[in-house]
Design a binder for this molecule. Structure first.
Ligand code: SAH
Ligand code: SF4
Length: 373
């Protein structure tokens, strides 16, 4: 299914998606809106863009015709194009989205019984190179803009029929910033996007339902908590610096002790999620589990054990089921809930970075075939 693939790329000088009320006001003023009405118009526009998901000026029926015409001519509300949509047997959906400059990211919707989480990307590629992560094998191409981060939510809502966005009955109830890229290395854009996602007149998500995952950009953790205040997830994956230096190389800059100190100082009163990918024979021993409990002492936390999702050429294997159970039992006995994250969407390669590389391979194969022809 290629939902939205035929949506034309709307031409126009400024993309308004991602602008907050103040920025919309400034744009409107610069484009001829009288000062007396500019605040009201900016509010209306904000509502149309983010609470109603309007994709073009014509739909914004509470705006005067003349303004709609101006918007149609001088602005755009461009959504990325859906290149592919894949639906897993377990209901997980994964979209590969292409922006106007041709760059692509993926966004994944994971439905559960009583909630649905949308996993959004913040960068094309990643500057970091965690050894088990496929995105880590891609160089950073660029940061996403605020509008491009938000657009992932809007496109997913379009595709799921999730408008209008009253809190009740939504399919997307949670946002997890766990797609491609390191969000705290694209701080300002991610912050601007989440401010609009949290805004009661915007996408109206509650703080409790947004979680940012970081590999450990220590100096940005406290500011994120203070300025945005979402839930926090830490990609820990190892309990000793020597091993974490290998698996999550950012650890060489900000080692475990500094990372955990930042967690202790996180200004949001909510348990922190520690993500721990289970790598067979690498980080999954009983001693590792005991050390994890010791390290987390004093931090309200939950440990998400993630079965490693292998990709072609990946240097690791997933721990055995019985090993994961034994590891979880020790962490639970230490007082930390440690759910094992059920692998979702494996049949559609829904792990970090996998669809995009598959698409790149296909493109390369096509190019080779074209060259041979
Ligand atoms: N850059 C951020 C957010 C994106 S990665 C971060 O590292 O936290 C989202 C999560 O997926 C991280 O916990 C990451 O460690 C995990 N992950 C990446 N590749 C994986 C794989 N092949 N199998 C299981 N989990 C993986
Ligand atoms: Fe980047 Fe996160 Fe993947 Fe590490 S796990 S390479 S930080 S996306």
């Amino acid at each position: 299914m290629l939902l939205g693939a035929e949506r034309p790329a709307v031409g126009g000088p400024t993309s308004l998606l991602g602008l907050d009320r103040g920025e919309l006001e400034a744009w409107l003023l610069a484009h001829g809106e009288p000062p007396a009405t500019v605040r009201m118009r900016a509010r209306q526009l904000f509502h149309w863009l983010y609470a109603r998901g309007a994709g073009d000026a014509e739909a914004m029926t509470t705006l005067p015709k003349s303004l709609r015409r101006r918007l149609a001519e001088e602005a755009c509300f461009e959504r990325p194009r859906i290149v592919t949509e894949q639906l897993s047997a377990d209901g997980t959906r994964k979209w590969l989205l292409r922006f106007s400059d041709g760059q692509e990211v993926e966004t994944v919707f994971i439905p559960e019984e009583d909630r649905g989480a949308l996993c959004v990307s913040t960068q094309v590629g990643c500057t970091l190179s965690c050894r088990f992560c496929r995105t880590g094998t891609m160089p950073l191409v660029r940061n996403l803009r605020a509008g491009e981060i938000l657009a992932q939510i809007l496109v997913a809502r379009d595709a799921l029929g999730d408008w209008p966005s009253a809190r009740e009955g939504r399919r997307i109830t949670n946002i997890v910033i766990m797609g491609m890229g390191e969000p705290l290395f694209n701080y300002e854009a991610t912050k601007a996007a989440m401010k609009i996602a949290l805004d009661g007149e915007g996408l109206a998500f509650s703080r409790r339902r947004i979680t940012l995952s970081t590999s450990g950009v220590v100096p940005r953790i406290e500011p994120w908590g203070r300025e945005v205040g979402t839930g926090l997830a830490i990609s820990l994956h190892a309990v000793r610096d020597e091993l974490r230096n290998q698996l999550v190389p950012i650890n060489r800059k900000w080692p475990i002790a500094e990372l955990l100190a930042a967690c202790r100082a996180y200004p949001v009163r909510r348990p922190i999620t520690f993500e721990y990918v289970m790598l067979r024979g690498v980080n999954d021993s009983d001693a590792d589990a005991r050390e994890l409990v010791r390290l987390l002492r004093g931090i309200p936390a939950k440990v998400n054990l993630i079965p490693f999702n292998p990709w072609p050429g990946s240097p690791f294997e997933c721990s055995t089921e019985s090993r994961i159970r034994a590891f979880a039992a020790i962490v639970e006995a230490g007082g930390y809930p440690s759910p094992v994250r059920t692998p979702r969407g494996r049949d559609i390669l829904a792990a970090c970075g996998q669809l995009k590389t598959a698409s790149e391979r296909e493109t390369r194969a096509r190019t080779r075939i074209a060259a041979l022809a």
